[in-house]
Design a protein around this ligand. Sequence first.
Ligand SMILES: [Zn+2]
Length: 409
Amino acid sequence: MADLLLEKFLRYVQIDTQSDENSTSFPSTDQQKTLLSLLLQELQAMGVPQAAMDEHGYVMARIPSNLSKPAPALGFIAHVDTSPDMSGKDVHPQFVENYDGKDIVLNADKHIVLGVDEFPELKQYVGQTLITTDGTTLLGADDKAGVAEIMTAVEHILQHPEIPHGDLCIAFTPDEEIGRGVDFFDVKKLGAAYAYTVDGGQIGELEYENFNAASAKIFVQGKNIHPGYAKNKMVNALHVAKEFDALLPPAERPEHTQDYEGFFHLVHCSGEVEKAQLHYIVRDHNRSKFEHRKQVIEQCAHYLNTRYGKGTVSVELKDQYYNMREQVEPHYHIVQNAIAAMERVGVQPLIHPIRGGTDGARLSFMGLPCPNLFAGGHNFHGKYEFIPVASMHKAVEVLLQLVNIYAGE
Ligand SMILES: [Zn+2]
């Protein structure tokens, strides 16, 4: 099993699958289909009875139950694309064997070093084999590690027909990194009662809470008048925009918050005297606090309109996604099963709220409760990405234990 997992991972990271937020097609880039097609071929070659790619590029596969009793259908999901933040072309994985706990030189020519001071989590992997980048690309462990781990678990199950399992449902998806990964996902067709995305970070990560998310666009209509004759007439949209921003609590910004603390995050501002625009993202794990944050935005606009006249400030609020906890908690056994699967193979579960969203969060609101399991990597989306080989193997073991647990074993 050992070599097969690594071989798969190394094969998949060779294929450039960067997604592109500026593209209007789905998947956003054609190369993603290259990997999706390869996965389909490999599933078929392994002898998975039902495997297909649909017109959107989703690859779905199903291994029917070999139990004589009913059991819930279990799904595993991973995404094939890599982040637009850094190139995923010509990835040259480097192996660090028997890691000594010191800084790792990724690229001597370019002086790129994975330093222990900056990344102290390296220390927990002393003596292990790590896979890093050569400093010029990302690695793609997000989420090709997850893909390779699921493929390895599937292969193991097919090679061992004596392992009891219920219906197993597998899906590989494009465009997760640009937030469109489940836009056309057919939950019914997958046919799982519960699923897990295998898209988390370091060994032990288990996530079933994420932000509630909205975007807020603020439009300021000013009144531009020749500055020489402006007294008591001009309304400078830029100043009103500044005032708007100053009304929001400065301590509630991403740079001052952590864990369960929500925020208002100004991501864009532009304008001139006549017109200005502010763009925020609003985040909170707690649904009522989230709703309150949106009200605060409306109240700030209202206050400024009272001062500068109706229609000066208008607000466009749009919900983006919600905290999957709402959907997962009624089926809390799926979290307990993940904890049990990890404990069975000696992995300590690390449960943290995600300060972002996941495809699983959206799937959870589409009727498929879907927590997120570790794939094993660190420092996603950049050149410092690395993954310990042992963590990948543990991830496969956790998946196999979950299969076991859902089969009632
Ligand atoms: Zn990912």
